[in-house]
Design a binder for this molecule. Structure first.
Ligand code: 3HC
Length: 711
């Protein structure tokens, strides 16, 4: 923060300058410094107006989310003292916003006496999208400045308004173009010249409104309140604001905000927000950028995955070449692309012009020679090492030097694939998730010889096509599918012990998953899982699977694509109906295993599947396949439908506490098929060393036995 005066020495200037996003960090003393500057200027009789503005790309992203450590008394205190200073000022305070004015940043503006905004500014209170509510007086001041229905809309949805809308609804006093410093100086001069008074938002009356808005909004929110507690609590605060007086309802808001800060689901959502920005950073390469261009892509294989990848690239404005050996495959692919774009136009998600522009970026070819100019080449052919070998040898012969060579394999060893080329340093795995144009996750698989620049180029490519690119190491299933296998194993075992598919999926969906494990298998196609299990039987005979899913497959019930699976999929039924044949099959299967079927509770389903994920995640960390626990969380949040409010499996482990995790794993590992839940060694070491997964995210390391001996 910088403090100065204008050349007449009558305007106290305060410049917020805290890159990268002007977050109001209490740890860095930013709100405290602004408050002190306001108080000093206010005490100076020569100062007739105080002008606040910001340096940098935009005005402010709000309070510093990284400082929400669950201790509201200290976490929110510095910001609150700033609002008090603004309210107490006897000198008019003008504040200029540019670019983005979000959260606590906008709340500072609401507490200033006059507000102006650059014409392209977005103004919003997005706290609810973090599971919070505006806790710096936003729920109290906003409805005093704009109509209650507009305030409810802004706060409950978290959606920002444009500067023009803000001017129209009374949120700002004027708009400006260009430099924020010059604009705020002009406005402050005007205030002085026109002898404008101090004008506190807290002192303004709430305009008359229809109180029915609270009940109708509450009814709408009731459906999602169990996933995100923020919006309903924010609505309560707005209701209180209408009751007044300001001081009392402000205290109500502070208490509600403080309670949310300690809420595990809010913590989960904040973890997801910061995690998505951490997991895309490659340790050791932070701040570095590739010099390679990433403007054109060639995709080999025009199947479902190839088309999905092509759509993602076209959406990002990349020249996209789709290659296949057969004309028919390419024709089908083009029809598929056109159908998907037309579908988006029909739903109003895309304009016809943009759809046309995207389609114009697509070229189809049966000639591999055409990929010679591509910056990125992605192989998305059949999952067979022999087929991949032939494709990669051709890529190696044709690709230009420095092209990024990627395989979309989900199961094969990327080291073997890299060895089919004479440039293994340029080879990487790019594991897309189906549908590739929708799912945000991209696992970036680093093979032994993948160069640092290839990783940087992959991360840049992921960013360009709007994906969350997380770098992982080579192992069977990489991070996502390897953990998924353990969690499925438990779901199948629970079926044998007494659960129905509805019990499993119902429990998981109620807890927060977008879709239960068995519904996912029906969606993905049971035959895929069956093929993996057959392979596993040979590769890992000591890790037996339940044979029940095989029985389903033997009947040809592959799920949605065959109309039957764990569920039935008659025409017109969304999400599947009960398959009445499954329960008798399960009962017979349990008898054959000598098991007496029992009631499996929802808590048990959630706990056992989650513990399996945590345990496998811990092994993945131990082996260095994932850099950080948060990378695993981000993979699950973006690729597998893990509830955002649950923060990811490793975040859940910290919520449970390592002691509980270990105790429960030990207990379960004594039970039926307990080998699958034998605790990972790293969990014991973490417990001994008093470490949580959050500590590992913060850079602490787990000492190995060898290191201990050396010490
Ligand atoms: N606190 C801490 N860090 C933040 C932050 C915040 N409020 N907002 C963004 N950042 C960090 C990001 O983590 C990222 O860190 P990195 O450099 O280590 O990767 C960096 O700033 C840049 O962020 P983005 O990559 O998201 O940059 P974009 O330009 O794409 O987007 C943005 C900028 C629109 C401001 C976006 O970051 C955003 O929406 N931020 C969150 C805004 C928000 O939710 N504010 C409310 C905070 S809660 C609050 O204010 C409580 C109050 O009511 C008391």
């Amino acid at each position: 923060m910088q403090k100065s005066t204008d050349k007449t020495a009558t305007i106290g200037m305060i410049c917020l300058d805290a890159p990268p996003v002007n977050a109001l960090s209490g740890d860095k003393g930013i709100p405290q410094a602004i408050a002190a500057a306001v108080q000093e200027f206010d005490a100076d009789p020569a100062i007739k107006a105080i002008a606040i503005y910001a340096a940098g790309r935009f005005y402010s992203a709000g309070a510093d989310i990284a400082e929400f450590r669950g201790n509201p008394a200290t976490d929110a205190a510095p910001l609150r003292s700033l609002f008090e200073a603004l309210d107490a000022s006897q000198t008019p305070v003008v504040l200029a916003m540019h670019g983005v004015a979000f959260g606590g940043g906008l709340e500072v503006a609401l507490a200033a006496h006059y507000r102006i905004a650059e014409a392209k500014t977005k103004l919003g209170l997005p706290e609810v999208s973090l599971g919070l509510l505006p806790g710096g007086g936003g729920t109290q001041r906003l409805p005093r400045l704009i109509a209650m229905d507009k305030a409810v809309e802004m706060i409950i949805t978290g959606r920002p308004v444009s500067a023009a809308q803000a001017l129209e609804n009374g949120l700002v006093d004027a708009l400006f173009d260009g430099d924020a410093r010059a604009a705020v100086l002009d406005f402050a001069t005007k205030i002085i010249n026109e002898n404008k008074p101090v004008r506190r938002s807290r002192d303004q009356e709430i305009a008359a409104f229809d109180p029915a808005i609270f009940d109708t909004t509450a009814t709408k929110l009731a459906k999602t309140a169990h996933r995100n507690p923020g919006p309903m609590k924010a609505l309560d605060c707005l209701r209180e604001a209408a009751q007044g007086p300001f001081e009392r309802s402000l205290t109500f808001e502070h208490r509600a905000f403080d309670a949310l800060m300690e809420h595990p689901q809010t913590k989960g959502i904040c973890h997801a927000f910061l995690g998505e920005r951490t997991a895309v950073k490659i340790p050791g390469l932070e701040g570095q950028k590739t010099s390679r261009s990433m403007d054109s892509v060639a995709i080999i294989g025009a199947g479902t995955m190839g088309v999905g990848i092509a759509l993602a690239c076209m959406k990002a404005g990349l020249q996209t070449l789709l290659l296949d050996l057969k004309d028919e495959a390419l024709e089908r692919a083009r029809a598929n692309v056109e159908r998907q774009l037309a579908g988006q136009v029909k739903k109003g998600r895309l304009s016809q012009d943009r759809a046309d522009a995207q389609l114009a970026l697509l070229t189809l070819s049966t000639s591999f020679a055409d990929m010679g100019d591509a910056d990125v080449i992605i192989e998305a052919v059949f999952e067979d090492l022999g087929v991949k070998e032939s494709v990669f040898r051709q890529i190696d012969a044709i690709a230009k030097p420095g092209a990024l060579l990627a395989s979309n394999t989900s199961t094969l060893d990327v080291n073997l694939i890299a060895a089919f080329t004479n440039r293994p340093q340029d080879v990487v795995g790019l594991h897309f998730f189906s549908p590739a144009n929708i799912m945000r996750l991209l696992e970036i698989i680093r093979a032994d010889d993948t160069s640092a620049d290839t990783l940087l180029a992959s991360a840049e490519f992921a960013r360009k096509i709007g994906k969350v690119g997380v770098v992982v190491g080579v192992c069977d299933g990489f991070v996502g599918n390897r953990i998924f296998e353990e969690y499925l194993r438990q779901a199948y075992l629970l079926l044998e012990e007494g659960a129905t598919p509805e019990d499993i999926d119902g429990a998981m969906e109620q807890w927060g998953w977008a879709m239960g494990a068995l519904k996912v298998m029906d969606l993905a196609g049971q035959d895929i899982g069956w093929a993996i299990r057959k392979r596993r039987k040979v590769e890992q005979p000591d890790r037996p699977y339940s044979t029940f899913p095989d029985q389903i497959c033997e009947l040809g019930w592959y799920g949605q694509k065959t109309g039957r699976g764990y569920y039935n999929y008659p025409e017109g039924v969304r999400g599947g109906a009960t398959n009445p044949d499954v329960l008798p099959m399960l009962q017979a299967h349990s008898i054959a295993l000598g098991l007496i079927r029992r009631t499996v509770t929802a808590e048990e389903v959630v706990e056992r599947t989650l513990l399996a994920m945590i345990n496998e995640g811990a092994k993945i960390l131990e082996e260095g396949i994932a850099y950080r626990p948060v990378d695993i969380d981000v993979i699950y949040l973006n690729g597998y439908g893990f509830g955002r409010d649950r923060g990811g499996p490793m975040f859940q482990a910290d919520l449970m506490g390592l002691k509980t995790v270990l105790a429960r794993l030990e207990e379960l590992s004594k039970g039926r098929e307990g080998w699958a839940l034998k605790p990972a060694a790293i969990l014991y070491r973490m417990q001994e060393q008093g470490l949580s997964f959050a500590d590992l995210n913060a850079g602490k390391t787990v000492q190995t036995d060898m290191q201990e001996e050396l010490v």
